[in-house]
Design a protein. Structure first.
Length: 222
């Protein structure tokens, strides 16, 4: 059974709670069925919003994120609640690739579900059939948002080590056109090294299809 975050055996002072709450590499949060953040550690707040935990605890997903992002997340939570099946969501958030493992549990003194969310940076695959893999249809490209859709495509292929000729063939464009895109990418990102451009794309986990994702901002527009 998943640990109950609202149970006295799973609270501050409990070794499991403390290990998650203080982990500097893994985001840990607890969200209720209404999308209200009951707890978030420092890494979670930083990864999602570049904020401090106290500024997001007690607020809802709709308070903190753009409407499209919030609606997608609430739909995912509802599905997890209905099926009882944990899920792994792949996001591009603030220009970084992050994955969230969401596990349903129960809140004390209520029959409504809560969700434990563990989030880490980078791409990881899960072999277990217990987890449903969900690809977000939205992306917060962060510093990469200055790039056009075609430039994102070119950058994703640079990440995979493809030459300009190979990229041109795949995208049905001339080598000169692809070279112009690469030059524009380098200028916009302030990086001229092909190796560094590949590293930036790797950090975002950028794939060719990601260029078609709907773009959203870091925070909701009020």
């Amino acid at each position: 059974m998943s640990p109950n975050p609202m149970d006295p055996t799973f609270e501050r002072g409990n070794p499991i709670w403390d290990a998650l709450a203080q982990n500097p590499a893994v985001g840990f949060s607890v969200v209720d069925h209404e999308g209200r953040v009951l707890f978030a550690n420092a890494k979670c707040a930083e990864m999602f919003l570049g904020a401090e935990p106290e500024t997001i605890i007690g607020k809802t997903i709709h308070d903190l994120f753009p409407p499209q992002w919030a609606d997608e997340r609430m739909s995912i939570l509802e599905s997890i609640s209905e099926t009882g099946q944990p899920a792994i969501i792949r996001h591009i958030r603030r220009g970084l690739q992050i994955q969230s493992i969401i596990t349903p549990t129960e809140c004390a003194e209520t029959d409504k579900p809560c969700f434990l969310v563990l989030t880490h940076e980078g791409e990881h695959t899960a072999d277990s059939v217990e987890y449903k893999i969900i690809e977000s249809k939205l992306a917060d490209f962060g510093p990469l948002d200055v790039l056009t859709r075609r430039e994102l495509e070119v950058l994703s292929l640079i990440k995979h080590g493809m030459t300009l000729d190979q990229i041109a063939k795949l995208l049905h464009r001339s080598r000169k056109t692809i070279d112009n895109h690469r030059t524009s990418i380098a200028k916009k990102l302030g990086e001229s090294s092909r190796v560094r451009l590949a590293q930036i794309a790797e950090q975002a986990g950028l794939e060719l299809d990601d260029a078609s994702l709907e773009r959203i901002g870091t925070r909701r527009d009020d």
